[in-house]
Design a binder for this molecule. Structure first.
Ligand SMILES: [Mn+2]
Length: 334
């Protein structure tokens, strides 16, 4: 199936000069890595490429070398092919850059999230069994890059390896398949520096991030005898640590769902009565819950933004979870 898409992809890229590559709002290592890898590839063929994202990449992706290519302002896109990476619903690009979708020549969508509905005038490759969008990008382009220089290959491989380890949490998530390791192996052979990518993504933490994490984790609260665990970075915590939202990008992964703590909810207070919420679960489909607030994600890790009070939001979520898992039959709410 990737071969069919490869054929379509080649046909479009052989015949068009201008590309906008975009990813979802609050871009992650997979989206960013896929964007930079595709940029490197298309530039080889003299294409005119703009990377337009609603939000700038986090500092930790600077080592890949292309952060300055990311623009956050929209342009007249009527003569451009738009390539959507790591998302498949236009609205997930973020409200501030929605107008890039007002006019375009065609859309190419490459993703591993469940597809909601087919986008008009698009060719798409969506594989929900793929660990990451970077894995798909590698399969799409691997036969095309043999003759490129080793320096080029190394940069390309670092971008894709970054996406792979971001979305698999360094190969421990259950989206890892034998193919994921094979691809990782091939990326290392191309020159990817696994240690460099790992250090930048998971270890290089500033003291303010560690302080912020400490205070955030102190907020842990349990419901239904610990089956549901919630934690919060409030505006007060941000102010106390003199830190901003950006530093919390990995915090939703700090507390993991287990058999004992099946659903983990992480709240970030954006403004008064305005929250970003990430939910992770062992078994429950939390994507459905996120969708009910116009959010998205994967089955066991999803998120959304909403304007309401924390108490109201928490109660709503506990109700939604209880409706599905019937915790109140067996456990005490508080
Ligand atoms: Mn992804």
């Amino acid at each position: 199936m990737i071969d069919e898409f490869k054929f379509e992809f080649k046909k479009v890229t052989n015949n068009n000069k201008n590309y906008i590559i975009t990813t979802h709002e609050n871009p992650d290592g997979d989206g960013i890595g896929a964007q930079f890898a595709l940029l490197l590839y298309l530039e080889k063929f003299g294409k005119n490429i703009k990377i337009i994202n609603q939000d700038k990449p986090l500092d930790k992706y600077r080592f890949l070398g292309f952060s300055d290519k990311v623009e956050t302002k929209v342009i007249d896109s009527s003569d451009y092919i738009i390539i959507m990476l790591d998302f498949n619903e236009k609205k997930r690009a973020g409200q501030k850059i929605q107008s890039i979708f007002d006019n375009y020549k065609k859309i190419i969508c490459i993703d591993h999230h469940q597809e909601e509905e087919k986008i008009a005038d698009s060719i798409s490759y969506i594989d929900v069994y793929s660990s990451s969008t970077c894995e798909i990008i590698y399969l799409l382009l691997k036969d095309e890059i043999n003759n490129f220089s080793s320096t080029w290959k190394q940069k390309f491989a670092n971008c894709l390896y970054t996406g792979l380890i971001y979305d698999t949490n360094n190969f421990v998530n259950n989206n890892v398949k034998p193919a994921t390791f094979s691809i990782a192996c091939e990326l290392i052979e191309l020159g990817a520096d696994n240690n460099l990518c790992y250090l930048n993504l998971f270890e290089n933490r500033s003291l303010s991030e560690l302080r912020l994490l400490g205070k955030t984790l102190s907020s842990l609260e349990e419901y239904f005898d610990g089956k549901v665990v919630c934690y919060l970075t409030s505006q007060k915590i941000f102010n106390d640590c003199d830190a901003d939202m950006e530093l919390t990008s990995g915090f939703s992964k700090e507390v993991k769902p287990t058999d004992e703590h099946e659903v983990i909810i992480y709240f970030r207070e954006l403004n008064e009565n305005h929250y970003r919420c990430s939910i992770r679960s062992k078994n429950l489909n939390v994507q459905e819950i996120a969708k009910s607030y116009n959010g998205g994600g994967h089955k066991h890790a999803a998120g959304f933004e909403v304007k309401m009070s924390l108490t109201e939001l928490r109660n709503e979520l506990l109700n939604k979870i209880d409706k599905k898992l019937k915790f109140s039959d067996k456990y005490n709410l508080l």
